[in-house]
Design a protein around this ligand. Structure first.
Ligand code: ADP
Ligand code: MG
Length: 427
């Protein structure tokens, strides 16, 4: 079976029941049920019959495959009825390596810091705190460090876990009175990769236990790597002592990929999937999807499935233009009425229109006001003076200042661009 076909149709399925030679295989949607039934039944049957040395009947159903707790991809469906339970597992996703990691403007600083850790784990940057929006590659980078450390020092006890798993295990250890086991399990490690640490915020007991786990490891020179959707000081209801521990090493952020990086990612992912895509098609996708890397992968996946079903060998500009629906709105559908725009902005920032146009200089209000001013200028095409008037009788120079500020941010901070695109898409 061609790898691309396997990846698209088979890898997302999971064998969930195998009893009396009747196999039930879960597919995430009815499209996959149909196609697997029609085209690949023989493949499933042969594989299963070979494994079990009997003749099986196969039934496909629509059901989300069960995620394994450690964020790993589901194990091979054909092996899932005999689960292996090793006593210690790093829980690293096999694809999240440096080989598969593209370095560009948005992540080169984080990447360089990661290389420093690999040279000298526990010493160079400890803890190492990576933050950034959804799908920018925090988990991937963190696990790539894990993979590389294991490669260089196979004896190291490295473990990846989402902070949520830590919390859940702690609760069940408390219930079953196995706290000693729980403590040993985490404190014996040489390197912990803790994903989405913002999850523990506001949860008093989990924060307390994590604080002690962190100290036990950090004080003995063990490497701690953390990720979060924001920097430690911006995590709401995270205890001060944890904030200061998390900031005690190096804190880096990863931004959304810029245009060049998106092109590189599209090319790399297409190559991995065995998809032939022309440079113009890759550029077109990159221009029309100012988004995170997970979204890019999703879009590429849709395109490749479409190409496969239409038996198209090479994805070119024509094909993309016909099949690709950029997320941004077409100009005709944008309602640029100034009052409408102001109320949409207020809603977007979760504030009242009165406050948006009011006197307060609170930081959140000022940011929202600047963006609104920018959009009134660029989308509603109002003159500076009128924008000032609408935003609470402000002077035209302060509107000019707002415009320049957002203009500058647009070229330095991809998140501003995404924010503005989001607002425009709801107009
Ligand atoms: P985050 O943890 O920031 O939400 P992930 O690490 O889960 O994001 O990345 C989302 C997807 O994008 C993953 O499939 C990952 O492999 C891919 N990805 C992220 N960063 C890169 C990169 N620099 N190069 C290639 N693929 C990447
Ligand atoms: Mg992640």
């Amino acid at each position: 079976m061609a790898p691309a076909v396997y990846q698209t149709f088979v890898s997302k399925t999971q064998l969930i029941i195998l009893k009396d030679n009747q196999a039930t295989i879960a597919c995430p949607n009815s499209y996959l049920v149909d196609i697997n039934k029609k085209r690949y039944l023989e493949f499933f049957k042969n594989a299963l019959d070979n494994q079990t040395k009997t003749n099986n009947k196969i039934n496909f159903i629509v059901q989300q495959p069960i995620k394994s707790p450690s964020n790993q991809p589901p194990s091979s469906p054909l092996l899932s009825y005999t689960p292996l339970t090793p006593t210690f597992t790093p829980s690293l996703h096999p694809q999240y390596t440096f080989d598969n990691f593209i370095v560009g403007n948005s992540n080169n600083y984080a990447y360089a810091a990661a290389q420093g850790i690999i040279q000298n784990p526990g010493v160079t940057h400890n803890p190492f705190f990576i933050w950034g929006g959804v799908g920018v590659g925090k988990t991937h980078l963190m696990q790539a460090i894990g993979h590389q450390l294991l490669k260089d020092h196979s004896q190291l006890k490295i473990k990846y876990f989402p902070a949520e798993t830590f919390g859940n295990e702690l609760i069940s250890a408390l219930k079953s009175k196995r706290m000693n086991y729980f403590k040993r399990k985490y404190r014996q490690l040489d390197c912990i990769l803790v994903d989405d640490i913002q999850f523990i915020a506001g949860k008093e007991y989990i924060q307390e236990e994590f604080f002690h786990t962190f100290n036990a490891l950090h004080m003995t020179g063990k490497q701690v790597i953390l990720t979060s959707d924001r920097k430690p000081s911006h995590i709401d209801r995270l205890e001060d002592r944890l904030v200061s521990r998390f900031m005690g090493g190096l804190t880096v952020d990863i931004q959304l990929p810029d245009y060049e990086m998106r092109v590189a990612i599209i090319n790399q992912k297409a190559e991995k999937k065995g998809i032939n895509i022309t440079p113009e098609a890759a550029q077109y996708i990159s221009e029309n999807i100012p988004s995170n890397i997970r979204d890019i992968e999703g879009r590429l996946q849709e395109i490749s499935v479409l190409a496969l079903t239409q038996k198209i060998k090479q994805i070119d500009l024509d094909f993309i233009k016909n099949s690709f629906n950029p997320t941004s709105n077409t100009p005709q559908s944008i309602n640029t009425n100034p009052r409408h725009l102001i109320s949409i902005c207020a809603k977007h920032f979760g504030i009242k229109t009165g406050d948006l146009c009011g006197k307060s200089r609170k930081k959140e209000l000022v940011t929202a006001r600047h963006i609104t001013a920018y959009l009134l200028l660029t989308e509603s095409k109002l003159p500076l003076k009128q924008v000032g008037h609408l935003l609470g009788g402000r002077d035209h120079t302060s509107i000019m200042h707002a415009r320049d500020k957002i203009h500058h941010q647009l070229s330095t901070n991809p998140q501003t661009k995404q924010l503005i695109n989001q607002i425009i898409s709801t107009l």
